[in-house]
Ligand binder design. Structure first.
Ligand SMILES: NC(=O)c1ccc[n+]([C@@H]2O[C@H](COP(=O)([O-])OP(=O)(O)OC[C@H]3O[C@@H](n4cnc5c(N)ncnc54)[C@H](OP(=O)(O)O)[C@@H]3O)[C@@H](O)[C@H]2O)c1
Length: 294
């Protein structure tokens, strides 16, 4: 399978999305700006942020500087952001998104996601995303953290099928039921925390594979994502790791080793997906972490 840093998948509306990108969760504006500049320097084409991360201004600054430093145009980069839980609803989403564009120093995003399925709100939020899409301010629209039940409900009212579902996905947590549902409905799966937030990097089976292929454990996991055509957005604040995470195209995992990683799934279903409700906590990040601890 020939893969490189420019490899893309074609979304259900014909837009091409890079398979590998970089995320910036938990990075403050200044750090995010620097990470984005390093990412562009090392050839990344996809950057993932969210209002909830509080760093869209930093990403916007990093993007503007990085484009100019590397002789790139805005259309060379695929930029994703997300609607903040506290902004969900029709008018509030439209208002918030205009400000997000200003902070990102751009007049469109490539992908706009509903960050979380806030109960009682996500269907009207989706209508706002459809309007944003029809106005050309987002080249594609999708969701994040939607389980099968929430996706089914959204599809029953939606005019446009989400192009992407971004969810936690790594060797120990593969959410096969959601992945199968997305495949059947032509919704592209995108992996957040592809390295398990760093926690999967010491897994003994993956460490064995790293020795076998003479690669790091992060590189083995990201290569596995690429071969499975799952979009991955590892995050790092270190140039060394940002660069290392792109160096995954000079080897190929055998089918047996892909299967070995597939078999690491703990089949731990994230029940909190189904129960998610926005409790009004203005600290969005804390709110989502509380949900994880359930
Ligand atoms: N939609 C959602 O609800 C949602 C939720 C969570 C995350 N996300 C997105 O997904 C992105 C990635 O997820 P994540 O940030 O949670 O975790 P992750 O990418 O799985 O892991 C990031 C951690 O791994 C470390 N790391 C990265 N590359 C490494 C390497 N080659 N060797 C050793 N350590 C390495 C990083 O260290 P350093 O930073 O110290 O370099 C950081 O501690 C986020 O940034 C965000 O854009 C979305």
């Amino acid at each position: 399978m020939k893969l490189d840093l420019n490899s893309t998948v074609t979304l259900n509306n014909g837009i091409k999305m890079p398979l590998l990108g970089m995320g910036v969760w938990k990075s403050a504006n200044k750090t995010a700006s620097q990470s984005v500049r390093w990412a562009l320097k090392h050839g990344y084409k996809l950057i993932d942020t969210a209002k909830q991360y509080g760093n869209e201004r930093g990403v916007g600054e990093g993007l503007t500087k990085g484009l100019s430093e590397n002789g790139l145009k805005r259309e060379d980069i695929f930029l994703t952001t997300k609607i903040f839980n506290g902004d969900e609803g029709y008018e509030s989403t439209l208002d918030a998104f205009d400000n997000q564009l200003k902070n990102l120093q751009t007049d469109y995003v490539d992908l706009l996601l509903i960050h979380w399925p806030v109960s009682g709100k996500y269907n009207e939020t989706w209508k706002a995303l459809e309007k944003i899409y029809n106005e050309g301010k987002a080249k594609a629209i999708g969701v994040s953290n939607f389980n099968v039940e929430r996706l089914t409900d959204l599809l029953s009212e939606a005019t446009i099928t989400p192009a992407v579902n971004q969810m936690e996905f790594h060797p120990l947590e593969q959410e096969t039921d959601i992945k199968n549902f997305c495949d059947q409905n032509d919704i592209q799966l995108e992996a957040w925390s592809p390295l398990g937030g760093g926690e999967v990097l010491n897994n003994p089976q993956i460490t064995n594979l790293a020795e076998k292929y003479n690669k790091s454990t992060a590189q083995i996991i990201l290569r596995w994502d690429m071969q499975r055509k799952i979009i991955a957005i590892p995050k790092s604040t270190h140039e060394k790791y940002i660069q290392q995470n792109t160096d995954i195209y000079d080897f190929e995992l055998s089918n047996e080793d892909v299967q070995l990683i597939n078999n690491l799934d703990l089949e731990k279903r994230s029940l909190w997906y189904g129960n998610f409700a926005w409790n009004g906590n203005p600290d969005g990040i804390k709110d989502t972490i509380d949900e994880w601890d359930d």
